[in-house]
Design a protein around this ligand. Structure first.
Ligand code: TYD
Length: 205
């Protein structure tokens, strides 16, 4: 069954779109499981606290990457792979492209290091489709206004610009598996329609 991941800067609209796709697939009679990184498992939820909290000792960039990879290894082995075997569509709000964008570009870690750790943690699993929900950083900041900011959301505009540019570069380099959806001026329903069209085009539906 297909494994679809949703990526983008915080406030891009990816989580809402993933939810909408899950509903639509269920309506069509498919078995669907929505999940997330970090925090797709019980252990992962504990790691998520460590990663996103704004109090306590923050991890250095290397430790931060390793915690995301630990979350991912647990997620892939105990949840995603078993679900795919049981004929579920798996929709994950973030997966390893987030590490390439946030830790690779955002934290300036070597992309090669992030790549091999991604491979190790994902154990050979890669998404059938990566949906990059893209919008300008200003738009995402405006959408997030009023929410309590986590450790990443407290980062400066420049950090989020680097993350966004890296996502756009990844989408270019891996154009065979990426779908870019521009969310600035479109309704969620029209984004869902574009996504369903793409799934049809790829023979996934
Ligand atoms: P997310 O749950 O998408 O946050 P929100 O619900 O606020 O949109 O992701 C949490 C944060 O973790 C997000 O800022 C991106 C970051 N992140 C990384 O830095 N690296 C990773 O590998 C992953 C999966 C997430």
């Amino acid at each position: 069954m297909p494994f679809i991941t949703f990526e983008g800067i915080d406030g891009s609209g990816k989580s809402s779109l993933a939810k909408l796709l899950a509903k639509e697939l269920e309506k069509r009679g498919y078995k669907v499981q929505q999940t997330q990184e970090p925090g797709g498992t019980a252990l992962g939820l504990e790691l998520r606290q460590l990663l996103l909290r704004t109090s306590g000792e923050p991890p250095c960039p290397e430790a931060e990457l390793l915690i995301y990879e630990a979350d991912r290894a647990q997620h892939v082995n105990t949840k995603i792979k078993p679900l795919l075997k049981n004929n579920f569509w798996v929709l994950s709000d973030r997966f390893y492209h987030s590490s390439l964008a946030f830790q690779g570009a955002g934290r300036d870690l070597k992309i090669q290091d992030v790549m091999w750790l991604n491979q190790f943690a994902a154990g050979g699993l890669s998404p059938d489709l990566v949906v990059l929900v893209d919008c300008p950083v200003d738009v995402s900041f405006a959408r997030r206004a009023g929410r309590v900011a986590d450790r990443f959301e407290k980062e400066k505009r420049e950090f989020h610009e680097k993350v966004r540019n890296q996502y756009l570069k990844l989408a270019k380099d891996e154009s065979d598996i990426f779908l870019i959806l521009e969310s600035e001026k479109k309704s969620l329903d029209s984004l869902l329609k574009e996504l369903i069209d793409e799934l049809n085009k790829r023979g996934l539906l």
